[in-house]
Ligand binder design. Structure first.
Ligand SMILES: [Zn+2]
Length: 749
């Protein structure tokens, strides 16, 4: 070998590394000759004087592309060992094949020079310390890079040229096939054709990809398999949302041939690794677009309109498509005071409201920013819209009705086609059975069972067709429809008209609705901007609030005030007799009078007789809870009577009081019955103590529970902590010692 004199004893003492690589698995499989030659380098190393034990083969990178060193562990290993200086020579079949990226190669060569490592390829031995050798290897690397560049350029150029003629073939989307001459044609299978056409029809009808998926619920969708055992066959599956989006976005369906919709881009991650990302180019940047290249399912204009419609459905990009709720102006109403879009909110009772919530959230609400009941705006806008509908619009509506008939026909057509296919297959199985020689019993038997299966399938298909026909409610005749459309208002309010359709109709005519600033709370000023550019302004009365219209008449309140000393039942009777009703329009009863007393501060009747006390009086006097007093009454320990308003009246004298106090003292539930007052001066509540110490109340409760802190329970059930500087200091040291008790921010204020 040329240059073998450069091998010194120092090199032979170190390891000889043979680096074996093939870029792809296909090369590993097919280029066995090259792989064998690479392994033969080990024998060459022995011939050049290395001991067999010192020769190592690195072949971890078989099947790895040489584009970058990232994923090639073998190459990394090689570089690492050269760095350590334990390598005498690196063997490779062609030195440029060590790495396809010249950066990786130059780094290896530089390291080899520093560590006095030889590089050996089929042409000879190179010593990197020698300038000529270094130059030669550098040139070889550059040449190999150029070679790859020209090869790739020629391949890509040929591909691009074929694409520009529209002749480069790709796997076609479902609904298209290549004919014998290689031209793209619509799939001759009528079921496939119908399914694809129905995707576009369903999108036209429903307006969103999810509606298309819903329209295909329970119906199968075809997929033409490429590669694998099912290559070329039609498989059926569920139509998913992603597939609908793919179909709508695919320009092939508009008869266009497009090359370069996707582009692979190499990006460098922050950690230095290089990745390839496939990105979709915007339509303007597609390198090759040939219109009317093959028959399509839709026109190019319709394709563009679909794209625009999909973009208008993307809510996270700011679009506000019509939704299912009944608030008519959802998505198109704006606040005229602050200029922001108003949001729609549905209350639990089903009523909707438009709210200027964005401005409130940002603390930018103006004095005239409002929330308004949706029905107030919707009724006014709908009325204005129905007024504006003239006979031309009605004609449009009739066309829409025709489309519904068409849609219905399409739905049944899918089932009809399935029956046709099943019948064809049954007939074919029958023919095969009859064509079979009767002597060949084994074959005949299996053909017979196949025929039978096909007949079952046909039966199933016919049944589902009958079901589909039965399931659809009958459509009104055209004459009926015409009669209906002359009365647009009835059609608009018909329960069968979907909210979404109402909104679509509204949006075809009205661009947006604005709630104009109006200082008077009882009125709403609504601006309508039509698509024609015309504007309208309506002023409507707002619905009154509940407290405004559910109001008890002042004279009724006056009468109740005069009768205040009577029982609630008696007052109710007198009010009803005088012909008054409550705010809700119902006759008065005991509860209604009690409410009236509460809201209008009519003092309660003097109910107690001489020497009687209420439950609250006794609880306060003895220092116990209301519950305890009620309990005593219920147990019969404390005699009491029901007063006029069903209130307890307890005859109370010093003897009874003494008995009560005794009972309270004995009771295990009632602590400290003498302490009837609130907390003492030196005491703190739990919340106060928590605030002073800057911890959460839970922590204080925990300390009390663990008896770290002493507290007493007051009659009302509250805990009071006797707090002094010693206790506080102890608490603070407890906080300081704890790992999870960081003083809360409020303690620093
Ligand atoms: Zn506003």
């Amino acid at each position: 070998m040329r240059g073998s004199e450069k091998i010194a004893a120092g090199h032979l003492e170190r390891t000889a590394l043979i680096y074996v690589r093939q870029s792809s698995l296909a090369q590993v499989r097919d280029n066995t000759e090259s792989t064998a030659r690479q392994y033969a380098l080990a024998d060459e190393a022995v011939r050049l004087g290395w001991a067999r034990a010192r020769v190592e083969v690195i072949d971890a990178d078989l099947g790895m592309s040489g584009r970058s060193a990232d994923r090639r562990t073998g190459f990394k290993d090689l570089v690492g060992r050269v760095c350590l200086g334990e390598v005498g020579a690196v063997f490779g079949l062609e030195i440029s094949r060590l790495a396809r990226s010249s950066a990786d190669l130059s780094r290896l060569l530089e390291l080899a020079r520093l560590t006095d490592t030889l590089v050996v390829d089929a042409d000879g031995v190179y010593d990197l310390a020698n300038f000529n050798d270094r130059l030669l290897l550098g040139l070889k690397g550059t040449m190999s890079e150029a070679e790859l560049h020209f090869l790739a350029g020629r391949l890509q150029g040929a591909k691009r040229a074929a694409a520009e003629r529209g002749e480069l073939r790709f796997p076609l989307p479902v609904g298209f096939v290549y004919d014998d001459e290689g031209a793209t044609i619509i799939d001759p299978d009528a079921e496939v054709q119908a399914a694809v056409a129905d995707v576009f029809a369903a999108f036209r009808a429903g307006g969103s990809a999810y509606q298309v998926v819903a329209a295909f619920k329970g119906r199968r969708f075809p997929l033409r398999a490429y590669g694998g055992v099912w290559a070329g066959q039609v498989r059926f599956g569920r139509l998913t949302h992603a597939r609908v989006l793919g179909i709508l976005a695919n320009p092939s369906y508009a008869g266009a041939y497009v090359f370069g919709r996707y582009h692979s881009r190499r990006v460098v991650e922050p950690d230095g690794t290089v990745r390839t990302k496939v990105v979709e180019l915007p339509r303007e940047e597609w390198p090759v677009v040939i219109h009317a290249h093959h028959p399509g399912y839709i026109s190019w204009d319709y394709y563009l309109a679909n794209g625009a419609r999909l973009a208008a459905n993307t809510t996270n990009a700011g679009a506000r498509p019509p939704r299912e709720g009944h608030a008519l102006c959802q998505g198109i109403i704006a606040c005229g005071s602050c200029g922001r879009p108003m949001s729609t909110r549905y209350h639990r009772n089903g009523l909707a409201a438009y709210e200027c919530s964005a401005s409130r959230a940002d603390h930018m609400a103006t004095a005239t920013c409002r929330s308004i009941a949706a029905v107030t705006v919707d009724d006014a806008v709908a009325e204005r819209l129905l007024d504006a509908l003239n006979p031309e619009e009605v004609a449009l509506a009739l066309a829409a009705a025709d489309e519904v008939c068409d849609r219905r026909a399409r739905r049944n057509r899918a089932a009809e086609l399935a029956v046709e296919r099943a019948r064809f297959e049954a007939e074919r199985a029958e023919r095969a059975f009859h064509a079979c020689e009767p002597e060949n019993r084994l074959v005949a038997r299996s053909l017979e069972s196949r025929w039978e299966q096909r007949l079952f399938a046909l039966n199933d298909a016919e049944k589902s067709l009958a079901e589909a026909e039965a399931a659809a409610p009958p459509l009104p005749s055209r004459a009926e429809l015409e009669a209906l459309t002359t009365d647009m208002s009835a059609l608009w309010h018909a329960p069968t008209t979907a909210e979404r359709d109402r909104k679509r109709l509204l949006r075809t005519l009205i661009a947006d609705v604005t709630l104009l600033p109006e200082p008077d709370f009882s009125k709403a000023r609504i601006g309508i901007r039509w698509h024609t550019g015309a504007t309208d302004e309506l002023v409507v009365a707002r619905r009154q609030s509940v407290t405004a219209y559910r109001r008890t008449e002042p004279s009724a309140i006056e009468l109740a005030r005069r009768l205040a000393d009577l029982s609630n039942n008696d007052i109710a009777e007198r009010l009803n007799a005088a012909g008054y009703t409550t705010g809700a329009g119902r006759p008065f009863d005991r509860m209604a009078v009690a409410n009236l007393r509460h809201y209008h501060q009519v003092p309660p009747a003097g109910l107690l007789e001489e020497g009687e006390l209420t439950v609250a009086d006794i609880a306060g006097r003895i220092g116990i809870s209301h519950g305890a007093v009620i309990h005593w009454i219920a147990r019969g320990w404390l005699p009491a009577r029901r007063g006029l308003n069903n209130q307890w009246c307890v005859p109370f004298d010093p003897d009874i009081e003494a008995a009560c106090r005794q009972r309270a003292e004995r009771s295990a539930h009632i602590h400290d019955p003498d302490t009837t007052d609130a907390k003492a001066d030196h005491e703190l509540t739990v919340a106060e103590a928590a605030s002073v110490l800057g911890v959460s109340t839970n922590v204080v409760y925990y300390w009390i529970e663990r008896h770290h802190v002493q507290a007493r329970r007051a009659p009302g059930g509250r805990l009071f902590i006797g707090f002094d500087p010693d206790i506080e200091a102890e608490c603070r040291s407890r906080i300081a010692a704890s790992v999870h008790l960081k003083p809360a921010p409020q303690s620093q204020t």
